[in-house]
Write a protein of this length. Structure first.
Length: 120
């Protein structure tokens, strides 16, 4: 299908690859997806475009790193962290029970959740 004569542009988008299960010692769904992406890139079809969105986990970087022609990282973007902080604040301030928490507790929750969100 990918190499049919007259085939138009094909765009393949893989989102949240890092959320695909990865179990050590057994072939995992994540490994299968990575293998498929690797095979598609190796075909060098000029009309096939692949976009993969994922956290930069080691196994994913080790496979995709050599394959990429363009890499965009928003992992450590300042604006992204600010958006996460604003979202957490809005949840805390819109919830009746959370609004009653001490300011120090609210700030601790905001700090911890935004830090643990790791950009996501």
């Amino acid at each position: 299908m990918l190499s049919l004569p007259g085939q138009g542009q094909i765009y393949i988008v893989v989102d949240a690859l890092d959320e695909c299960p990865n179990v050590l010692g057994t072939p995992s769904a994540r490994e299968e997806v990575l293998d498929l992406i690797e095979e598609l890139v190796d075909l060098k079809l000029p009309h096939v475009h692949i976009c993969v969105a994922s956290r930069p986990e080691i196994d994913i970087r080790s496979v995709l790193g050599p394959l990429t022609s363009l890499q965009v990282s928003v992992h450590d973007e300042k604006g992204q962290k600010e958006d996460i902080i604003e979202y957490i604040k809005s949840v805390i301030h819109s919830d009746r029970r959370m609004r009653k928490w001490k300011k120090l507790d609210q700030e601790l929750v905001i700090d911890m959740l935004s830090e643990k969100a790791d950009g996501m």
